[in-house]
Design a protein around this ligand. Structure first.
Ligand code: DX5
Ligand code: ZN
Length: 218
């Protein structure tokens, strides 16, 4: 898949009808699955059993965003189950390299995510261990929050390193992405755009994805 990529977040979908909700965004590049444990973030969503069920009903590669404590323990099973990309939070572990190695060994892309207030500088030296960097543009925990433009400095820095061949990662952004904010994120150099409420909060999710992709391309 070549950027720009759109990854609808099922956090804003109807959890009682996940299979039809997933089918409604069939043209998407990745499907973003927010796993929350009520400890790392003040919200609780879904876990491995739901991911396993989703894998049975869709061919869209699953992008699992683990907002959980102790990713060293919980992340590898998502890769083993067949998730395409497994992203965990830098703030949740003392040994991100070990977690990334385990995710890759289990056959998935490894992703590192940073909250809006977490600088990326401390992690630049280890980013060769990762396939994806997910820059949070809202505080993790809930959909429907407002985009924080200040995080785009991190995107620009990552873009620069990728373009100069120093890093080989996909730059992903998550939080507050909609028709009004996606262009500034695209301009800063994002490859993959997560969108929850901007996709599932509309009457026609497929059209919303198309529209977002068009704006990201322009
Ligand atoms: C928030 C989640 C996001 C969320 C984004 O913690 O990580 O993936 O679904 O929702 P929107 O696009 O509505 O900001
Ligand atoms: Zn997310």
């Amino acid at each position: 898949v070549t950027p720009p990529m759109i990854a609808p977040s099922i956090l804003s979908a109807d959890f009682a009808n996940l299979s039809s909700e997933v089918a409604s965004v069939a043209g998407s590049d990745w499907l973003h699955v927010d796993v929350m444990d009520a400890h790392f973030v003040p919200n609780l969503t879904l876990g491995l059993p739901v991911v396993q069920s989703l894998l049975r009903v869709t061919d869209i590669p699953l992008d699992c965003h683990l907002m959980i404590e102790d990713p060293g323990r919980w992340a590898p099973p998502y890769a083993e189950a067949g998730a395409h990309n497994v992203t965990f939070h830098a703030e949740a572990t003392d040994d991100p390299v070990a977690v990334a190695k385990d995710i890759r060994a289990a056959g998935a892309r490894a992703g590192l995510s940073v909250k809006p207030g977490t600088p990326i500088d401390d992690y630049l030296a280890i980013l060769d261990q990762f396939d994806t960097v997910l820059v949070m543009s809202v505080e993790p925990g809930f959909g429907g929050q407002s985009f924080i433009p200040g995080v785009l400095d991190k995107v620009r820095l990552l873009r620069d390193r990728v373009d100069h061949g120093e890093l080989r990662i996909l730059v992903e952004i998550d939080g507050g992405i909609n028709d009004d904010t996606i262009e500034q994120a695209a301009e800063a150099g994002v490859d993959c755009f997560v969108a929850g409420s901007a996709v599932y909060g509309t009457a026609d999710p497929a059209l919303a994805v198309q529209k977002l992709r068009g704006l990201a391309e322009s």
